[in-house]
Design a protein around this ligand. Structure first.
Ligand code: MG
Length: 389
């Protein structure tokens, strides 16, 4: 399918900013930007966005300067999603805003940090990084005179909340409704979700090879990677090893992007939703991989889970990270005055409103906001008696 790379008018099923369900607190329309461009700008100027630079994706920040961080992961997701959005005539600004915000609620130390915090929060409503991303943009960023949070549009918030338990969905009103009704989010949200998976599968292959935790031989036994390595070797038989890997990862992203565009364009042509609300009523997402690519994608995901995320070097670091997060939680939960004054005050306020669960939420908010190095430092300051501050 030939597609132009210059922006064209939105498709009828794209989210038109003029038909947005709006912001929680109504604001005058922006002068120079669309509503979704304004959302994007607020996200980029948030503190949580800047902290992504020092948060783990898979490899802890201090393990090496070339590995992906939460920030570079976010930029890769954004770039992939924008390409697909433009090819399908979806709203690129909304896609950009959702993808830039999608990991704002992530804890330090990647999934290990999230698991540890979830375990610590078990009796207090748990911890989901998705929900935390929403909490960051709805409440925790405090930089505007007239409201807490960033006061983003419904559609951006809808896209940030990828998953949600039924219990949490019930508390989220309009935004949680789709998890109870089992309907779809808008196409831009569907796309952000898929681009996230596409991006991390691809960059984790690259990072895993760089770290020497997985090998080309292992990858060649998999459908997608086997095919791509063979193609690259045939086209460039004398390519140095490192460049062969880069070239293959490049094709890996390209093939998957092309597959999503082809498959989704066909699904959209077939379903022909009249507008973004018709998209939401569909029984299935319309932004998808083909079945064949989906199978290869899952095969690769399983491989990475077993060989990379559970590799003993990653596992040992993850264990350490979990102990750090769990210890911070216990210490702050026992005595919230150990937190800096602003967070202490916030936890005290939440405790007055909601008891122990509120107190725990205040502690979780503080820990979730930490970068890797800040968490390590904070742990050191709390537990090393030789450290004075
Ligand atoms: Mg992500």
């Amino acid at each position: 399918m030939a597609v132009s790379s210059t922006p064209r008018p939105l498709a009828p099923y794209a989210q038109d900013p003029r038909h947005s369900r709006g912001r929680q607190r109504p604001e005058p329309a922006p002068t120079w930007r669309s509503e979704f461009q304004r959302d994007r700008d607020r996200i980029i100027h948030s503190s949580a966005f800047r902290r992504l630079e020092y948060k783990t994706q898979v490899f802890v920040n201090h393990e090496g300067d070339l590995f992906r961080t939460r920030l570079t992961h976010t930029l890769e997701v954004c770039q992939i999603a924008r390409t697909i959005a433009r090819a399908l005539d979806l709203n690129e600004d909304l896609t950009e805003a959702i993808t830039l915000a999608h990991d704002l609620g992530h804890t330090p130390f990647g999934h290990a940090g999230q698991e540890a915090l979830n375990r610590s929060m078990k009796e207090y409503g748990g911890f989901e990084h998705n929900l935390q991303s929403l909490r960051v943009v709805d409440d925790l960023e405090q930089r505007y005179a007239e409201f807490d949070g960033l006061n983003l549009c419904f559609e951006t918030r809808e896209g940030i909340l990828k998953h949600c338990s039924a219990a949490n969905a019930r508390e989220l009103g309009d935004l949680g409704k789709r998890f109870l009704d089992r309907t779809q989010p808008g196409l831009e949200a569907q796309l952000a979700n898929l681009a996230d998976e596409l991006a991390y599968n691809s960059h984790d292959v690259d990072d895993g090879l760089r770290a020497g935790l997985i090998t080309v031989d292992q990858l060649e036994a998999l459908g997608l990677m086997g095919r791509l390595f063979a193609q690259v070797r045939a086209a460039h038989p004398n390519l140095p090893h490192r460049r062969m890997i880069y070239e293959t990862v490049r094709h890996m992203i390209g093939e998957q992007v092309a597959d999503v565009i082809r498959t989704s364009a066909a699904l959209l042509a077939d379903a022909a939703p009249a507008d973004s609300d018709a998209v939401r009523r569909q029984p299935q997402p319309l932004i998808r991989f083909s079945e064949a690519m989906q199978a290869e994608h899952v095969e690769l995901k399983r491989f990475l889970f077993k060989r990379l995320y559970r590799h003993h070097r990653v596992y040992r670091m993850a264990e350490k990270a979990q102990r750090t997060v769990a210890a911070l939680f216990r210490a702050f939960m026992d005595d919230i005055a150990l937190m800096p004054p602003q967070q202490h005050e916030q936890a005290r306020r939440l405790e007055q409103e909601r008891g122990q669960a509120g107190r725990a939420r205040g502690v979780a908010d503080y820990i979730a906001g930490m970068t890797d190095r800040y968490a390590i430092d904070e742990h050191e300051r709390l537990f090393n008696p030789r450290r004075l501050t």
